[in-house]
Design a protein around this ligand. Sequence first.
Ligand code: BTN
Length: 252
Amino acid sequence: MPINTTFLEHPKDRTVVYLPTIDSTSSELARLLKAGAKPGTVVIADTQSAGRGRLGRSWHSGDLGNLYISLAVKVNEPVEKMLPILPLVAGVATARTIRELCGVDAKLKWPNDLLVNDRKLAGILCEMPNYQKRPAVAMVGLGINLSTETFPDELVSIATSLKILGVQRPRQEIAAAWIKGLENTMKVLTPDNIKGVIEKWRSFAQPFGRKVRVGNVEGETVGIADDGCLIVKNSSGEEVSLIGGIVEYQGF
Ligand code: BTN
């Protein structure tokens, strides 16, 4: 069923682009921003033919009923300080939305994978196509598995959906709550209150102390620092701060 976008059109001047299918909602949003679209613009699609994940990965996007959405958000100054926190802000907004609307014990894996029972329910891709432009505008792309019942072989043991968890909630309600939560935080985010986001993130975090590999670093997660970096204790016992990468759990 197509999504009811009127639910999302607040404030009234927000542009909401709904497409039955597109290569990627984030790629489409980048094209719209290049053509002059404003912060607050939303692109939402029923399916994506080339859904993009973090660090060049793809995002499984062929199933109808899931949420594929990208939002343009204004990033406050100083951009070089605010931008690294955006993935964590987006993670917190997503975790809060899913916990509050769906009653699911969703946890964050750094920086912003949303997991339930160690399986991925949602992923977030933050990008800033024009870093020089001011005011600064970033794109936050969110994919939530709402309706998928059967994942392809390579995802079956690592992914989950609300459907699999036995929860049903309208896509537009989830989208509207997520947009509101993310925009409200971004509006007031300054270097002085980053700490509040970090604390909220920690409160939603997967337990630390897990054995992980992040790029070529292997060790045990210790926590996240006040600047949002992941801290991993490596095999020599040193604590290493990581600013990016995919966290792969090692064994269980
Ligand atoms: C990840 O976990 O690697 C991030 C996945 C992000 C997927 C979403 S779906 C909507 C938006 N459009 C994309 O092409 N990607 C993001």
